[in-house]
Design a protein around this ligand. Sequence first.
Ligand code: AMP
Length: 173
Amino acid sequence: MDLKKTIRTIPDFPKPGIMFRDVTTLIKDYEAFNEAVEQMYNIVKDKKIDAVAGIESRGFVFGAPLALKLGVGFVLVRKKGKLPGETIKQEYIKEYGPDIIEIHKDAISQNQNVLLVDDLIATGGTMKAAVDLVEKMGGKVASILFVVDLPDLGGKELLKDYDVHTLVEFEGD
Ligand code: AMP
């Protein structure tokens, strides 16, 4: 199955010049969604993973079923101001400007092996911020998974010290 074909491209969203790779068309297709989660699962199934952390919001969509398949819990990495409990924050610069992500202070414990998940890597800034949060809490980043890579933006370089996997690539962004 060609997962790439199920991802829709919307030009100039959310601002001119951005080719938005829209995974909602993949997710609404059961076969494609199942295939994506299955592929992610097969990449990490033999690793020691104690928790899956997904980045708001499309990282939740892929991360949560993956956590269930792996038999571990799921942790939310959210945009600023959304989590109700005490949090740790991390500022970062993304493709569209500066932002802050947060995680609950008690979400990850010392030496836990954490699998990080998001839908897409562009500059890598968002995921690097999530990595920093996990490490600040004493967790270890076991692996990092994305559905989509935009290789021309070179985001994987920012994560070169980690075990990073992507399922499909869109070149020319
Ligand atoms: P970055 O921090 O630059 O790697 O940006 C990654 C985050 O922004 C992910 O959460 C993506 O969902 C979103 N994102 C950035 N660029 C795009 C794009 N061209 N199409 C779809 N989502 C994007």
